[in-house]
Design a protein around this ligand. Structure first.
Ligand code: LLP
Length: 425
């Protein structure tokens, strides 16, 4: 259920009116709902439990890149989440937020030696390795520290996820993963390296998938490989199916997380019963968007209404540097007025103050607004703040976490002096 609803004509996050937050902390501000974050995480965790997979049988490793605020990570960690990271910086965040490094998996094609060292120091659960040179580098770094590294190979199942090309990752032409036909030889290399323990297999085919059919197709291919590996004496303890299900931005109807997991676990259980005497395998997930996406909005104020030759523009105080998704992927985000108005609506492009024609947040929206009104850009909790920049020397937005009728600042708004603090004349 949505925790962003109108109560007496005012848009609320849970029981908190959004205009209270704007009055206290200004705009633009990202606002997240604790109840929504919790429910979305539990959709995965409870489905795992329902299928008899407690702590050992499954682990939800929240994908930190989607929203890495310490308060969000702390909340998810308390709910039992592990974490999927793609940099040493994300590992430091997880630790600073009180997360358990032993539940961290490290994804990404370009891990540096320093990042490997940091992750080995904290004894993370697993490195998701994407190439033979990376295996050699990890082996060397582990040897230099007198440690062993647990590894999983990210295989590329060449399945079309039917999503935006920029967020497809499992096709032959994508830079990610190890080509399916090279998987077995690469596993042989991994198994031959003295400091590596080969523990798993993983894949990730893309993001914002509405249907689970491509994910189940990828699973079938991964299962095939696990069996072939067993035949050559490489026994895996875990299987990681990558990111989560997509979300509703507009009219999309994503499959329910519980239904997807139920189909996935049924397939895995049947396979294990048929070929592995029922011996279970731990299943890992790396969802991001479906946990945070609809748990957040970007609150912004209308500065000016401007009537161009062909279009009406609502110039607001949030911009592409705050929410990059429309400029980058032509992504659609809902726009709601915080105070419901009955006045006549006009069609506007909602644009920011940045000097780029690509600086728009929404196009052709019917809105009844006046300067000074507050708008909420919906479904902005995932890949919003984490992709924000300081372009045009704009400080990044504040972040607020709502819990019922309480709310607190979880990241201060950046000041200009913060932005040039590391520079010298
Ligand atoms: N695991 C890996 C290896 C990934 O590459 C990703 C996302 C995830 C997990 C999390 O996937 P999710 O559950 O969020 O679908 N900036 C883009 C999305 C990029 C996604 C990249 N990988 C956007 O704003 O739509």
């Amino acid at each position: 259920m949505s925790h962003f609803t109108y109560v007496n004509g005012k848009l609320h996050a849970e029981q908190t009116a959004l205009d209270r937050i704007a009055a206290k902390f200004g705009t633009p501000t990202y606002v997240y709902s604790r109840a929504s974050l919790t429910e979305n995480f539990l959709a995965y965790a409870s489905a795992c439990q329902m299928h008899g997979r407690g702590q050992q049988g499954a682990l939800v490793c929240y994908s930190v890149k989607s929203n890495s605020n310490l308060a969000v990570l702390n909340l998810l960690s308390k709910l039992g989440s592990g974490f999927d990271i793609v940099s040493g910086g994300e590992l430091e965040r997880v630790i600073a937020a009180g997360g358990d490094a032993k539940k961290v998996i490290f994804s990404g094609v370009g891990k540096s030696r320093d990042e490997m060292r940091l992750a080995l120091t904290h004894d993370i659960l697993c490195f998701n390795v994407e190439s033979i040179p990376e295996l050699h580098r990890l082996n060397e770094v582990a040897a230099s520290m007198g440690k062993r590294a647990r590894v999983s190979l990210r295989v590329n199942p060449d399945v079309d996820p039917k999503t935006h090309p920029y967020i497809s990752t499992g096709l032959k032409e994508n830079k990610f993963g190890i080509a399916f036909e090279d998987a077995i030889p690469t596993y042989r290399v991994a198994a031959s390296l003295p400091q590596l323990d080969v523990t798993g297999i993983d894949c990730h085919i893309g993001s914002q998938l509405l249907d689970d059919a491509p994910l189940l197709e990828a699973l079938d291919k991964v299962i095939e490989l696990v069996d072939q590996l067993q035949d050559i004496g490489i026994n895996l303890h875990h299987l990681d199916i990558g990111g989560g299900i997509g979300i509703t931005y507009d009219q999309e109807l994503p499959v329910a997380v519980g239904d997807y997991l139920s189909r996935l676990f049924t397939r895995i259980d049947n396979w294990r019963a048929a070929r592995h005497n029922g011996k279970s395998i731990t299943v890992l997930f790396e969802p991001g968007r479906s946990i945070v996406g609809n748990a957040g909005v970007l609150l912004t104020e209308v500065h000016y209404l401007k009537h161009g030759g062909n279009k009406n523009f609502a110039v607001v105080d949030a911009a592409m540097n705050d929410l990059m998704r429309p400029a980058m992927y032509e992504a659609w985000h809902g726009v709601k007025t915080v105070n419901e108005r009955t006045a006549q609506a006009k069609v506007y492009d909602v644009v920011g103050p940045v000097c780029e024609s690509g600086d728009w947040l929404a196009r052709d929206r019917s809105l009844a607004i006046e300067p000074g009104d507050l708008l909420a850009i919906m479904s902005a909790g995932a890949y919003g703040m984490t992709m924000a920049s300081n372009y045009n020397t704009r400080g990044r937005a504040a972040e607020v976490l709502v819990d019922g009728d309480q709310f607190r600042l979880i990241r201060k708004r950046e000041k200009s002096s913060d932005l040039f603090a590391l520079e010298n004349i």
